[in-house]
Ligand binder design. Structure first.
Ligand code: 5GP
Length: 189
């Protein structure tokens, strides 16, 4: 029987991953949809846990055979996508699905699943704050950080298409806010 879907979107560097981890550790019946991507793994990232790291050719084959519920070229030549098999696997186990996807992917999933889905936009307190966080994360080159900041500015303009916007000023507060909303969504009919 199909469960529900919880979509966490927002610009890269807004604390989405920490919020997603908090939800996964909160004892909810919620399981992470592991996306496929053509980017290289970062240190500590594992194939099958953080992402399915695919060669561009493999990704293309899966697009052509209709294996994705949605996919986007999130950065130039870097693709990310939600595999239909992830949603089916989680629903078959009786759980609901948690997504960490980019803003266009989040909007598309919300359109596909309507009231079965809750779409949350995680907003940085400001663009300057976001840039500072990306620099501190130190996982990207300055040029890539610049690209992510420019993209964030465009994504913020789409935030009104989400069910709720959460401003992540203090991470612990944002985590609790999201947890309260998600718990009540999952327990509602
Ligand atoms: P990162 O490279 O920092 O892990 O992720 C970059 C961006 O890609 C993030 O905004 C993340 O939410 C997004 N992303 C991850 N998986 C998917 C997916 O399956 N579909 C879409 N549309 N975006 C994704």
């Amino acid at each position: 029987m199909p469960g529900k879907l919880v979509i966490i979107s927002g610009p890269s560097g807004t604390g989405k991953t920490s919020i997603v981890k908090h939800l996964l550790n909160s004892g909810l019946n919620l399981y992470f949809s592991v996306s496929a991507t053509t980017r290289a793994p970062r240190a500590n990232e594992k194939h099958g846990t953080d992402y399915y790291f695919l060669e561009p050719e493999e990704f293309k084959m899966k697009v052509e055979s209709g294996e994705f519920a949605e996919w986007e070229e999130v950065y130039e030549s870097i693709r990310y996508g939600t595999l239909k098999s992830e949603i089916e696997r989680i629903w078959a186990s009786g759980g609901s699905v948690l997504f960490d996807v980019d803003v266009r992917g989040g909007i598309n999933l919300k359109k596909m699943y309507g009231n079965k889905a809750m779409a949350l936009f995680i907003m940085p307190p400001s663009i300057e704050d976001l840039e500072k966080r990306l620099v501190l994360r130190a996982s990207e080159t300055p040029e890539k950080i610049r690209m992510r900041v420019m993209k964030a500015e465009a994504e913020i303009k789409l935030s009104n298409q989400f069910d709720t916007i959460i401003v992540n000023k203090v991470l612990d507060t944002a985590k609790e806010e999201v947890l309260t909303m998600v718990s009540s969504f999952l327990s509602s009919k």
